[in-house]
Design a protein around this ligand. Structure first.
Ligand code: AMP
Ligand code: FE
Ligand code: FE
Ligand code: ZN
Length: 320
């Protein structure tokens, strides 16, 4: 097949006009040694904006994705879709395709689980209600942490509010930014290693939906649920293979195996587990702007996998 339809995927427009091996304009000849027969597509499926704890607005994030040479970026803010509209507009302006998503904080019998949802209906009541409950709890929890910290250090709630964009989902990163602004810690990383650590006396948890319930709610909303960084042991306890199996039985679509918080052994084990359970394998940067060292495109998702995600999702990928 030749001509404009050659790269058409599932009746949808291709995500890039380039052919395999043909470098894009803003790219320095990225490797494309993959089995996928379609066009070269560099897709990073997990990034945060200032709608949650990223440091760039949704529009600037998409512009950064263009500069980084990405063809596709997913906006996956914590427990909110409030950045979607601005990111859609930036997609048209920059030529970067957009996957609309969220990262849902969940628990599984006391262990923290992060679940990505792609391409769901943002107004689906079940999922929306859970995220709103989490956001309210995050706010109360942040206020309580500031109260505790404020007993020992000169930190006030106003200091934190100065770091929060509009009605962004408030998280420990905003407390970290306030501590940095006050000169009380060096950077976010230092704040997380000390004052904001889960082992710190100031730490307070927040409510979050059960992970199995969340997988079902994502599917009910037409979304594609992917387990974010399932073996990120530095963040705390992680769940075992048995729980991944339980989530798969509930409708989980994939595992984010390729992520900087995984050792090579953990990544390999997750790829094997995904194969055994028939799950997709994704990769991403988990970019947070200057809030973390993670660089856009440092891990990516195979275009064939992106195609499968889009086939399962209610919404289409936004093509510029
Ligand atoms: P929270 O959800 O409010 O408990 O905060 C956890 C969030 O903080 C994670 O989703 C990360 O985005 C971010 N985070 C965790 N550890 C670090 C770190 N060491 N440096 C910067 N950000 C971090
Ligand atoms: Fe985050
Ligand atoms: Fe996460
Ligand atoms: Zn994330």
């Amino acid at each position: 097949m030749v001509g404009p339809d050659a790269a058409r995927v599932g009746g949808r427009r291709p995500l890039t006009g380039r052919r395999p091996g043909e470098p894009g304009p803003a790219r320095s000849g990225r490797a494309s040694a993959r089995a996928y027969p379609g066009p070269v597509v560099v897709a990073d499926l997990h990034a945060h904006s200032s709608a949650s704890d990223g440091t760039e607005t949704p529009g600037r994030l998409v512009a950064s994705a263009a500069r980084a040479g990405l063809d596709v970026v997913a906006l996956t803010d914590h427990d909110t879709t409030s950045g979607w509209d601005e990111a859609v507009a930036a997609s048209a302006a920059t030529g970067v395709a957009l996957v609309r998503g969220v990262e849902i904080s969940c628990h599984h019998r006391g262990t923290s689980v992060h679940l990505l949802s792609y391409l769901h209906d943002p107004a689906a009541p079940g999922l929306l209600a859970e995220m709103e409950r989490s956001r309210a709890s995050r706010l109360a929890r942040a206020e309580l942490m500031v109260e505790r910290i404020g007993a020992d250090l000169p930190l006030t709630w106003d200091d934190v509010l100065a770091q929060v964009d509009g009605d962004a989902t408030v998280g420990r990163p905003h407390l970290a930014d306030a501590l940095v602004a006050k000169g009380l810690v060096r950077d976010r990383g230092h704040a997380f290693a000390t004052v904001l650590s889960t082992r710190s006396p100031y730490f307070v948890g927040h409510r979050a939906p059960d992970a199995v319930d969340a997988v079902r709610l994502v599917r009910a909303a037409g979304g594609v649920p992917v387990f974010a960084h399932p073996r990120a042991v530095l963040r705390g306890r992680v769940v075992g293979d048995d729980v991944v199996e339980e989530l798969a039985a509930a409708g989980l679509a994939g595992l984010e195996a390729h992520h900087r918080d995984h050792t090579p052994e953990a990544t390999a084990a997750l790829v094997d587990l995904a194969g055994a359970l028939g799950l997709l394998v994704t990769g991403s940067s988990d970019y947070h702007g200057t809030g973390k060292v993670n660089r856009l495109g440092e891990h990516t998702t195979d275009p064939g996998v992106l195609e499968a995600v889009e086939a399962q999702g209610l919404l289409d990928v936004v093509r510029p």
